[in-house]
Ligand binder design. Structure first.
Ligand code: FES
Length: 340
């Protein structure tokens, strides 16, 4: 199905596969259409229908509250039912050469394992090798469960055959219930990605501040893996703040301990005091919300810093506020993908 997108700076034409959303079709064609969550919650991908008809895959999508007037729709949720002309109220550019262009594919679920009572780790075995940048995410759809959910990679590899991911159990979360409620080893999933602009490349040349709440630690592990591969922390400083409620909710402590010689790693416990003796001597444990613990530890250390933030939206919002108001980082130096 042919789609014409008229942006503020120029027009683009591309095709969508049957049932494919306007956003996913445009991104697959190498066009940087605006998006953030890519799963119907943020409203960033809104556009105006000028001609043609779209089918809306999720009429209750929370992102629809940002739409004005009957002609606006969410590009990540709507697929063309006939040739379309669409107006996007932003400047839109073609992807830079070297960008990891997202693609739709099928992947096999492997190594499903419990990390805590409500967090599962799993791997996706890909049919063909894929490149992605550290800090990116993929969208997954499970058989019989409508819609996609976003998951950040926790590993890093060029030409990856395997993506490592984690999922937190969510009340009424279709995909997470599907994953938690039965043995899903070997299941086939629909996959779209990689996506996300909160990415890290070693050419950055800045000290890294990583603030994550809960399963938001996944993307930080990918950034740490990429940094370690490039020996980035031989010449730059790094701080990791990982927020969980209690020690029972903490995971990846062994993996984080392995980085702790190069970067400072603190685990923030919001609902209990750290115990006097620790099984993890390389890590610091502190009581408090993750942005508060980061604020205390980082005072006076913000020179030449790029911050990455991930986690539940309230934790991400609190950390961004702290980084803008206390740390006085510029918006360009605060990277996040909010898709929980
Ligand atoms: Fe479509 Fe967030 S609602 S990108």
């Amino acid at each position: 199905m042919r789609i014409q997108v008229n942006a503020r700076n120029r027009g683009y034409e591309f095709d969508a596969q049957p049932g494919q959303s306007v956003l996913y079709a445009g991104l697959s064609a190498g066009i940087e259409l605006p998006y953030e969550c890519a799963t119907g919650t943020c409203g960033t991908c809104k556009a105006k229908l000028v001609a043609g008809r779209v089918g809306d895959g999720w009429r209750e999508a929370p992102g629809r509250k940002y739409l004005k007037g009957g002609a606006e729709f969410l590009m990540c949720q709507c697929a063309p039912e006939e040739a379309l002309t669409v107006e996007v109220p932003d400047f839109v550019y073609a992807m830079e050469p070297g960008t990891c262009v997202p693609e739709a594919s099928t992947a096999t679920l492997r190594n499903v394992r419990r990390l805590t009572d409500d967090v599962i780790g799993f791997a996706l075995e890909l049919e063909a090798p894929r490149d992605f940048d550290a800090g990116q995410f993929v969208l997954l759809a499970a058989p019989g469960v409508p819609g996609y959910r976003a998951f950040s990679m926790s590993n890093f590899a060029r030409g990856a055959r395997r993506l490592e991911l984690i999922a937190k159990r969510k009340p009424a979360g279709g995909f997470s219930e599907w994953l938690f409620d039965a043995d899903r080893e070997g299941a086939k999933l629909e996959c779209f990605g990689p996506l996300g602009k909160a990415t890290f490349e070693p050419g950055l040349g800045k000290n890294l501040l990583l603030i994550a709440g809960g399963s938001g630690i996944a993307g930080m592990m990918s950034i740490l893996a990429r940094s370690a591969e490039a020996r980035y922390f031989d010449t730059h400083r790094g701080w990791v703040f990982f927020g969980v409620r209690t020690m029972r909710d903490a995971f990846f402590l062994k993996e984080l301990s392995a980085y702790a010689g190069k970067v400072k790693v603190a685990v923030a416990l919001s609902e209990e005091d750290p115990s006097a003796t620790s099984e993890w001597p390389a890590l610091v444990f502190e009581r408090g919300l993750v942005h508060e613990v980061a604020k205390r530890a980082m005072a006076g250390k913000y020179q030449n810093v790029r911050a990455y933030v991930a986690g539940p939206p309230p934790a991400v919002d609190a950390a961004i506020r702290m980084l803008l108001l206390e740390a006085r980082l510029t918006t360009d130096n605060i990277r996040y993908d909010k898709f929980s």
